[in-house]
Structure formats: structure tokens, C-alpha cells
Design a protein around this ligand. Structure first.
Ligand code: AMP
Length: 283
């Protein structure tokens, strides 16, 4: 694996490779890599001639400065894991490489309501920051395909919209959420959980599974309330949201039956760590 820290050097290298008609699969991350990230690398590796991974903890997508400051950094381990997963290139830029003119967004992303609901409501400016960094990274890497995880489902829809807005010829490939043995969605933020919190964290997926199992027989509002209670009773401090939505636009649904795919999504705080997860529902 070759590590590039500078944009110009990475671009020179990639240009040579593109001349040979190679396809590039790109996996942007914020590091502290786990098996979820590595599943994206693996899929990119299988389907492309070259796999590029980036590690950059993007300050502009954090609405909470404490969350940014405490975001785990494990570069040595990450490099080892990427080598083992057979990534070809790691792009590891400093902030000046990504934002040479400062981090103020110069482009207005017309993301519509999608960016103001759920995560967008509780993390104002978050998706603007995500679009800003991914736009910049896509301009640098110019991949054929972008690999993302269903774990951040709303982000997947936002990035699909970004690709359409920018009229880029890039395939967005969404990989399933990788989970720990007890069902907890893998996340870099899980590292910040104390042992007792780690045990309690499983309530997130349990509550989504409860929705999946009971949605057909119990009223929607009741199912959502019970699911929120399950999370709070496990010791979470706060549930930001727990919603049942149409999967392709994340509009909240109020009545069943519904003839389009549905998804349940939640975000909740365990201590000061905010966890998110989602689950497709059968309907
Ligand atoms: P992050 O480093 O958290 O920004 O995540 C980088 C990419 O990995 C994003 O596309 C995430 O959706 C994806 N990802 C994070 N956690 C998981 C997981 N548990 N399973 C699959 N993909 C994941």
C-alpha cells in the first residue's frame, strides 16, 4: 500500500493509473477502522483495479466540538488493517491539503428536506460538512465508484443526491452494516464506551428489532414509544429520534399498510457518546 499525504502527489500517481484504463474504487473514512470499514475496502477491492481509502477527520461535519476533539485516532493500527485488507492507496491528508483556502464552504449544496430531517435536524450543518469534504475528495480522487455503509443510511441518500447535483459519473455502492456479535452496529465511537455502557448499547438494535417484529400488529406511535423506552431503560441519557420512514426519501410514515420499502432509524446518547443505527422493515 502506498501512503500519500499530498494531493498533487496522489493525483500524479492516479493519473498514470487511469491512463492504463484502471477502475478506481474509493472508500472515504475518518479512521479508527473496524470491520465495517474493511468490508467496504473488500468490496471495492473485488470490483475495481485499484482501491483508494482516505482517512481524514473532517472538522466541518462535527456540530459538537467535544465529539470532534474526542474522535478516536488510531493511525498505526489503521495502516496495518488496510495493508491486510489489500487496499492499494491510503490518502492521509493534513487539513491544509483538504481546505487550502480555509474550511468555509464555497459551494451551496441544494439538498432539500433530506438534509434537514433526522440527523440534519439534530446535527445542523452536518450534511453540509459531509458534502463539502466528499465533494473535495471526489475531485481529488475521481473514482469510478464510491463505497459507503448503510450504517449511515441518511448520509448514503445525501451522497447519492450530491453525485446527481454535481452530475458526476460515479456509482454509489452501499454495503450492509457490519455488527458485533450481540448486534451492536460497529462504529469508531464504540471505542469511547465504558464496559457497562458497551453492554447497554445493544438496546439500540434491540429497539429497532422490536419495531420490525411488532409493526404489523401494533399501532405505529405505540411501537415507536415502546422502542424509545427500551433505549432509555437500558441507561441511555437521551433519544434524539426514533422514526419509521419510507426508505427512499426518509419521509416519516404515519399509517400502515404502506406499499414502499420502510426503514426504522434512531439516534441516542449513551453518556456523551451519540450512537446511530437503522434497520430495513418488512412490509
Ligand atoms: P466513518 O469513518 O464513520 O466516517 O465511516 C466511513 C464509512 O464506513 C462510511 O461510509 C460509513 O457508513 C461506513 N461504515 C461505518 N460503520 C460501518 C458499519 N458498521 N458497517 C458498514 N459500514 C460502516
Amino acid at each position: 500500500m502506498i501512503i500519500f499525504k499530498q494531493v498533487t502527489q496522489l493525483q500524479q500517481h492516479l493519473q498514470k493509473i487511469k491512463l492504463a484504463n484502471a477502475t478506481i474504487g474509493f472508500v472515504p473514512t475518518m479512521g479508527a477502522l473496524h470491520a465495517g470499514h474493511l468490508s467496504l475496502i473488500n468490496t471495492a477491492h473485488i470490483n475495481n483495479s485499484l482501491t483508494v481509502c482516505s482517512i481524514f477527520v473532517n472538522p466541518t461535519q462535527f456540530n459538537d466540538p467535544v465529539d470532534f476533539k474526542k474522535y478516536p485516532v488510531t493511525i498505526e493500527e489503521d495502516i496495518y488493517k488496510l495493508e491486510k485488507a489489500r487496499a492499494d492507496i491510503l490518502f492521509l491528508p493534513e487539513i491544509e491539503e483538504i481546505y487550502p483556502n480555509g474550511s468555509q464552504a464555497t459551494y451551496r449544496y441544494e439538498l432539500g428536506e433530506l438534509a434537514t430531517i433526522l440527523e440534519g435536524k439534530y446535527r445542523p450543518e452536518h450534511f453540509k460538512g459531509v458534502c463539502q469534504v466528499v465533494h473535495r475528495l471526489l475531485n481529488i480522487v475521481r473514482p469510478n465508484a464510491l463505497y459507503v455503509g448503510q450504517k449511515d443510511y441518511q448520509q448514503c441518500l445525501v451522497l447519492q443526491k450530491l453525485i446527481e447535483l454535481l452530475q458526476l459519473n460515479i456509482n454509489l455502492i452501499i454495503s450492509p452494516t457490519q455488527r458485533e456479535a450481540d448486534g451492536l452496529a460497529m462504529s469508531s465511537r464504540n471505542m469511547r464506551l465504558a464496559p457497562e455502557q458497551r453492554k447497554a448499547a445493544v438496546a439500540i438494535i434491540n429497539s429497532l428489532s422490536f419495531i420490525k417484529e411488532n409493526l404489523k400488529t401494533l399501532p405505529i406511535e405505540y411501537v415507536k414509544q415502546e422502542a424509545a423506552q427500551m433505549i432509555l431503560q437500558a441507561g441511555f441519557a437521551k433519544v434524539d429520534y426514533i422514526e419509521i420512514c419510507e426508505a427512499n426519501n426518509l419521509q416519516s410514515i404515519q399509517h400502515l399498510p404502506y406499499n414502499k420499502p420502510l426503514i426504522a432509524l434512531t439516534a441516542a446518547f449513551l453518556g456523551e457518546v451519540r450512537l446511530i443505527d437503522n434497520l430495513f422493515l418488512d412490509n
